[in-house]
Design a protein around this ligand. Structure first.
Ligand SMILES: [Zn+2]
Ligand SMILES: [Zn+2]
Length: 271
């Protein structure tokens, strides 16, 4: 069994929780450490379960809580050396654990596969986290899907997937032209349409649960993102994430495990 929760998701901060009964990881820590711990506790998750934080890239919506969280909980922060050098000084963890993309990292009973993605950062990585036979993807901040992404996607049963912007809202919106071009570029962000195309194809055939993530406050709405994925609802569960609060905790079981009944408000079983 694996527990999944979007602690924070959006252009103003990202933090994704993946845990089991007794240990857990965060992918990114882009809101304050105090907020991360408060949101975990609101969802009945004990922050003491955290064993590590992984940083995808240096943009502050992914790093701002990393230093303090690492010190408070005395846990390692895994980051590439180039990302570490590109981070703000005051976000840098005191004792970083450097990793190389395309290597396999073991933390407790989790195996983490970091791999390079297309984004305008020093050494940006996406992650696939494996636990028993389940694979969870955390795929945000992607200008354009690449073969590495498709390779890892085809193993995933659950996914935090960027749906950053609605094309029409972006191009008709009030952002300056260079910023619009940067967001829509191959090293910017994934639109609702691009994200849909990615998982609607053969590489998304194992997916059972998808969290629409990293929505722009300016160029998207939850309703538009959800509407774009409506056609997939009979094949997989589609859920929104929020920038303002932690989402529900999903208990995700592999096919061979018996599902337990939901025992707490805000806790959902999914099989
Ligand atoms: Zn970014
Ligand atoms: Zn971001």
């Amino acid at each position: 069994m694996i527990n999944l929760c979007a602690i924070a998701s959006g252009s103003n901060g990202n933090c994704y929780y993946i845990g089991n009964h007794h240990e857990a990881l965060l992918i990114d820590a882009g809101i304050s450490a105090r907020q991360i711990m408060a949101r975990m506790q609101q969802q009945g998750i004990n922050p003491a379960k955290l064993k590590a934080v992984f940083i995808s890239h240096e943009h502050s919506d992914h790093t701002s809580g990393a230093r303090v969280l690492s010190k408070k909980l005395n846990i390692p922060v895994f980051v590439t050396s180039r990302t570490y050098m590109a981070m703000y000084n005051y976000h840098r963890p005191p004792a970083p654990r450097f990793f190389e993309p395309d290597t396999e990292i073991h933390v407790g009973s989790f195996i983490i596969y970091p791999f390079l993605k297309n984004h305008d950062a020093a050494e940006p990585c996406s992650f696939r986290v494996m636990h028993n036979e389940l694979s969870i993807g955390v795929f945000t901040d992607i200008g354009s899907p690449c073969d590495r992404l498709r390779h890892h996607l085809q193993h995933c049963q659950a996914l935090f997937l960027e749906t950053n912007y609605d094309e029409k809202m972006l191009w008709e919106g009030r952002y300056p032209w260079p910023l619009k071009k940067r967001i829509a570029s191959d090293v910017g962000h994934l639109s609702n349409d691009q994200a849909f195309e990615l998982i609607n194809g053969p590489f998304g055939s194992r997916l059972q649960l998808v969290f629409l993530s990293h929505l722009s406050a300016e160029n998207n709405t939850p309703e538009k993102a959800l509407a774009r994925f409506e056609g997939l609802q009979d094949r997989m569960k589609i859920h929104l994430t929020s920038r303002c609060r932690a989402g529900d905790v999903f208990h995700f079981y592999s096919k061979t495990e018996p599902a337990l009944p939901a025992d707490r408000q805000g806790t959902l079983n999914f099989k």
